[in-house]
Design a protein around this ligand. Structure first.
Ligand code: RUQ
Ligand code: CUA
Length: 620
């Protein structure tokens, strides 16, 4: 202790996190990779990074988007207005749930910048689907799942004319709109099904975070809004900048949405309008069917989180020092009694604020997001104060605060969004680790701080245990799941599975049946990989040929991944044991191109290579 200048608290923290070699972590964190567009898997309490999963961004190690037809197709699902988008601004991962519990089967993620949602299968930690609607132009309240993962919620943020139409910003009030999309997830198909999905048109406020009701409040969704002033910016056109125009009012609108009823309405003929291939319940229909109600909420709020019992909804004040606790039963009574205090300019009924809340709790400066434990406490991040506030949900009483470093955004507790959180661990997800790590230039890494909630060895108080820099983009939210809930595969079995379809590929190549076949102008190469060779290892084609390599790994041992790289063609595949991959390209340049395995798979790994020969056009 003396030699390393460690305090007693430091040693206690070390004892709580040190994870000897071979010992596995108790929890997984799935953290959004921010602008990195990928998903980050971290072990708790060791805070060791276990994996990056390519989602919106091509990822070379996994061969995601580098020549493999399956992953290319997944990425193509995320084209926006016909354009390839190879990055994403990932904010909120949501684990699939069964009866409000994480079930460890799937995780969904969003892209704020280019409104898209992706499905990642936790059997192999691979992205299987990216879907977009072209209905909205940005989003933020995504992804949040309903308690049985029937729907994945995606809510727009910056209003725009729906469906990618043009209207001048002067027509903001009339032509710009928001929307909440309910993507229907078909678990058996492992896909979001667009035809069974629907959206609800919303007024042009900037909808912010959302959450789905659970238990008591199952069937409902909640969402915040900012800029109910409908400011548009225009600071070179004589208008106030957006930041001041949008913060004039003391109250904004908390959105209360009856999604179960909306799903019925969406199925009724004539009740929806098709916009950009998406079934949309118009604002007028949403109002007349009683699907949408507003309640005032103080002042440009941010996070909205439903308590584990589903009874209350906590809204983080952001510019207000309180967390406001809405009560679901009170809201229901007001809706039933049609007790409205007013209507918004679009005719949405507004329920009286004082009658809808159970109370407020003063927490400090900049309350954002809230997580829960198993003992009736809530933990709210305080962005401006850079602290976590622990408070008693029933009594609405502040208990204690702990400092974070710095600028905490989201925070994630063990099983923290389920109907039965575990307590134990909390991770503060801080922005800009100003003075925590060895300097690496002007761009700062982010900082995940592990906090012990039990307070053992610390007088029952929260204790900071560990700092983990994250240099890959700004992670926003994360989900923390008990490790034993996940049952990932070791290998693809039987040999020949296509990870994207999770089916035996029709192009699977059996050992001994390797061959090269020409069909018209396409050369099909039926190839296998096994320690330590490709068969065939020489491929001859003619300049201009279309080439399809059908590549099967014959391996069935867990530690037998191969790669397949072809120089100068931007092709790099990771081939896990038993995996089948199809690789299509045009051999448009004559030349000699080595191809080789990119994982050091055996003592003869360097010899796991071959040649791709492209004969010049017209050569006899
Ligand atoms: S955000 S730091 Cu969830 Cu995108 Cu709050
Ligand atoms: Cu196979 Cu290296």
């Amino acid at each position: 202790m003396k030699e390393r200048s460690l305090s007693e608290a430091d040693v206690v923290a070390a004892l709580k996190t040190y994870t000897p070699t071979g010992r596995k972590d108790e929890y997984y964190i799935f953290a959004s990779g921010g602008h990195g567009g990928n998903l980050i898997v971290v072990g708790v309490p060791s805070m060791r990074i276990l994996k990056y999963i390519g989602v919106f961004t091509p990822e070379p190690w996994q061969g995601y988007g580098y020549g493999d037809d399956g992953t290319r197709e997944v990425l193509a699902g995320g084209r926006v207005h016909g354009r390839d988008i190879t990055w994403g601004d990932m904010h909120h991962p949501a684990l699939s749930e069964t009866n409000g519990q994480y079930d460890g089967e799937f995780i969904f993620v969003n892209d704020k910048a280019n409104p898209r949602v992706a499905v990642v299968n936790l059997k192999d930690f691979e992205t299987e689907q990216i879907i977009t609607s072209n209905l909205i132009e940005s989003e933020h309240g995504a992804t949040f799942v309903t308690p049985n993962t029937d729907y994945v919620i995606e809510t727009s943020q910056y209003p725009a004319p729906l469906g990618g139409e043009y209207a001048d910003i002067k027509e903001y009030n009339d032509k710009y709109r928001g929307a909440m999309i309910f993507w229907r997830f078909d678990r058996a198909k492992r896909r979001i099904v667009k035809d069974e999905s629907f959206a609800i048109e919303l007024p042009p406020y900037m909808q912010d975070l959302a959450d789905a009701g659970k238990l008591t409040s199952d069937g409902w969704a909640f969402c915040n809004s900012i800029n109910t002033e409908r400011a548009t910016g225009g600071n070179l056109e004589g208008q106030p900048p957006l930041e001041s125009g949008s913060t004039q009012n003391d109250m904004d609108y908390f959105h209360v949405i009856n999604w179960k009823k909306a799903a019925e309405v969406a199925k009724t003929a004539g009740k929806t309008k098709m916009i950009a291939g998406m079934k949309v319940i118009t604002l007028d229909t949403a109002i007349s069917e009683g699907l949408l109600h507003f309640i005032p909420e103080p002042k440009s709020p941010h996070g909205v989180d439903v308590t584990p019992d589903g009874e209350d909804i906590v809204v983080g004040g952001k510019l207000d020092t309180h967390a406001t606790v809405y009560n679901f039963k009170k809201i229901q009574a007001l809706i039933e009694a049609k007790k409205y205090e007013a209507k918004d300019p679009y005719g949405v009924p507004i329920l009286p604020y004082q009658d809808a809340i159970r109370g407020q709790v003063e927490l400090g400066l900049g309350p954002l997001h809230t997580q829960f434990d198993d003992k009736g406490f809530a933990y709210t991040s305080l962005f401006i104060e850079t602290k976590v506030a622990k408070w008693n949900v029933k009594e609405l009483k502040l208990v204690e605060k702990i400092s974070t470093h710095y600028n905490i955004g989201h925070l994630v507790a063990a099983e923290g969004d389920t109907v039965s959180p575990d307590g134990k661990y909390l991770v503060a997800m801080n922005k800009w680790a100003l003075d925590r790590f060895a300097p690496v230039g002007p761009l700062l890494p982010q900082n995940f701080q592990l906090i012990d909630l039990d307070g053992s060895g610390n007088g029952g108080k929260m204790q900071l245990l560990y700092d983990m820099p994250l240099p890959l983009g700004e992670p926003h939210n994360a989900q923390m799941i008990k490790a034993d809930k996940l049952k990932p595969w070791d290998i693809y079995k039987p040999v020949g599975m296509d990870p994207t379809t999770k089916e035996h590929s029709p192009n699977t190549v059996e050992g001994g049946k390797e061959r090269i076949e020409r069909k018209g102008d396409t050369v099909h190469v039926y190839m296998t990989a096994i320690r330590s060779h490709f068969t065939p290892d020489i491929i001859r084609v003619k300049q201009g040929d279309k080439v399809q390599i059908h590549l099967t790994s014959l391996e069935q041992a867990h530690d037998a991944t191969h790669g397949f790289a072809l120089d100068s063609h931007n092709i790099n595949i990771s081939l896990e044991p038993g995996e089948h991959s199809d690789i299509s390209f045009v051999a448009d340049k004559a030349g000699v191109f080595p191809m080789y395995c990119t994982e050091f798979c055996s003592a003869l790994h360097l010899e796991m290579a071959g040649y791709f020969l492209v004969e010049p056009k017209g050569k006899k």
